[in-house]
Design a protein. Structure first.
Length: 563
């Protein structure tokens, strides 16, 4: 049976902070932990109760902190361990838990483990990583690809062996088959949890269960070649269950696994409470519907496909697991530019509409910094404007396939990770209040119109609308339905309007959202008890659902009369 015991993270709302781009306190152009502390009241006032903190560990920063050289130290550009302890304490005093990124599929090549492993093949640390002899012709051990470079293997200087890296060569993959390595990771997790963390977001955690025999890839054109051998394996589940038994079950924490290439059925295995693995996972199906990576094209947002995907995840994880709900994170372009309309006329309305559709679903919602302001994609004039290692790799891949440079850059202007990583807009002052000196990554040029100071002062802003949505999930009149009830998709083939029901034995809610800039009419065979929320100023007026008129990007949440 499904364990329906309510957990504190069931009605939580998570705010992701990308520290490098959030708030700079010492004017070196890089955001830091004291900067985050200075903005905790802002986050608290939004209503969230969890902060997911992207990595702040010691790192050479080849991948902005996702290449860790010391799990027990804080990178100097972010602050000190004392700053980190203060952040946990100050957040806790505001009812906010800190969730840290756990990056244990790989380390930095500057980690002492790897340095020793590379220098001494006889060291016990050698087996902390994955090494293979060259093929008979001296080439790589297999044909696996990497996310950040063409090959997933790099050879040591003495040409004796190759080591595996599913990301950059500076991010060698750990060998989870080694029990001593696993105990080192569990020890590190306890170190952080004993400081009072609320849990971990686990970076590409479904990739840790590599097989002993590393066979050639057989699937190409659907992500990096080789994923069918290392994603979602039984070994991964075994390791996570051991992690739960050794560490997680001793703390009251939330865990979310980043799990590319995962289906709802696989997500059930990760997140069903009886299996004792993770609280929830991030899935990526809805992040691929508007782009064709191979042909470097933006396909436009397909609402019908989006509804099919989200409806499937809502239904298949109902009482069999738990959903993570998100539009944005540090790896995705800005939601309002990608799925809404970032024009001056419709940015606010479409941002509120997108938020409504997501926050009314079952699962734990995630807000990426600046999403609550409706921050938009920036514009890159050349590839030199892009900092992200992945962006440069994809750009070169597109050129190698014969795609013109203008088209390749246009693709990145739609989807680059740097859109999300541009610094946060705090006010209309120099550098948007992020720093008093030049930021590490260029700001968007619209910070004088889109910033936190303006949003907080405007009671009709996107920010305050997010506050209302978050409050609804904890309102006793609606929380049981919004957090725990079932989901029913209406009119799945409607390519303009997303409508769905959330219903329990005692309440029905109807969510209707116009995803276009057109005036539309729809007919729904229900009677309105009350209008719960809407994104237009006149949203509380009397409504008849069989003659529902929708203005551009208009959305409603209705409470329905019981039959």
């Amino acid at each position: 049976m499904y364990n329906s015991k309510q957990q504190w993270w069931h009605d939580a709302v998570v705010y992701q902070v990308y520290p490098r781009s959030f708030k700079d306190s010492n004017n070196d152009g890089i955001g830091d932990i004291p900067g985050i502390i200075s903005k905790l009241t802002y986050i608290q006032n939004l209503g969230v109760n969890v902060i997911w903190l992207s990595p702040v560990y010691q790192s050479p920063m080849k991948d902005n902190g996702y290449d860790i050289s010391d799990y027990y130290s804080i990178a100097p550009e972010f602050g000190t361990m004392e700053d980190m302890n203060n952040l946990i304490t100050e957040a806790s005093s505001r009812g906010i838990k800190i969730v840290m990124d756990l990056v244990v599929n790989h380390t930095s090549d500057q980690h002492p483990w790897f340095i020793e492993a590379k220098q001494n093949p006889n060291s016990v640390k050698r087996d902390y990583y994955i090494w293979r002899n060259p093929a008979q012709d001296g080439s790589e051990p297999n044909n696996w690809q990497s996310f950040f470079c063409p090959k997933a293997w790099t050879q040591t200087e003495d040409n004796s062996q190759y080591y595996l890296h599913l990301f950059s060569p500076e991010q060698p993959d750990l060998n989870w088959a080694n029990p001593k390595l696993r105990q080192e990771i569990y020890k590190m997790m306890r170190f952080w949890l004993d400081k009072g963390l609320g849990g971990f977001r686990m970076d590409v955690i479904n990739m840790i269960g590599k097989p002993d025999i590393l066979a050639d890839a057989t699937i190409f054109g659907q992500g990096v070649a080789g994923w069918e051998h290392w994603a979602n394996t039984q070994r991964c589940h075994d390791y996570l269950q051991e992690m739960h038994e050794e560490v997680l079950c001793h703390y009251d924490v939330m865990t979310v696994g980043e799990t590319p290439f995962t289906s709802p059925e696989q997500a059930q295995l990760f997140s069903h409470p009886d299996r004792k693995e993770l609280s929830m996972v991030f899935q990526f199906e809805h992040m691929a519907i508007d782009r064709d990576e191979h042909d470097a094209e933006s396909k436009g947002f397909d609402l019908v496909m989006f509804k099919v995907i989200m409806g499937k995840w809502q239904q298949k994880l109902y009482q069999k697991g738990w959903n993570s709900l998100y539009w944005s994170n540090h790896d995705q372009a800005r939601a309002v530019s990608r799925f809404g309309n970032h024009s001056t006329e419709f940015r606010g309305l479409s941002a509120k509409m997108l938020a409504t559709v997501l926050h009314m679903m079952s699962g734990t919602p995630y807000i990426y910094q600046g999403e609550e302001l409706g921050m938009t994609n920036k514009h890159f004039e050349s590839i030199n404007d892009i900092e992200d290692i992945m962006g440069h790799f994809h750009y070169q891949k597109m050129l190698d396939r014969g795609i013109p440079s203008k088209q390749a850059l246009d693709y990145l202007n739609h989807f680059s990770r740097d859109h999300a990583r541009a610094p946060m807009h705090w006010d209309s002052s120099n550098n948007a209040g992020f720093s008093q000196c030049k930021p590490w990554l260029a700001l968007n040029n619209n910070s004088d119109q889109i910033n936190a100071e303006l949003a907080v002062e405007d009671s009709h802003s996107i920010y305050h609308y997010y506050r209302q949505l978050i409050a609804l999930r904890r309102d006793s009149a609606y929380s049981e339905t919004l957090v725990y009830s079932t989901h029913l998709l209406l009119d799945p083939m409607d390519s303009e309007v997303y409508a769905y029901l959330r219903y329990s034995d005692t309440q029905q809610l109807l969510i209707v959202a116009n995803f276009t800039d057109k005036y539309l009419k729809r007919n729904y065979a229900f009677d309105v008890q009350a209008i719960v929320i809407g994104n237009y100023p006149n949203s509380k007026q009397e409504i008849v659902l069989d003659q529902l008129e929708l203005q551009p990007y208009q959305c409603y949440v209705f409470e329905l009369k019981s039959n």
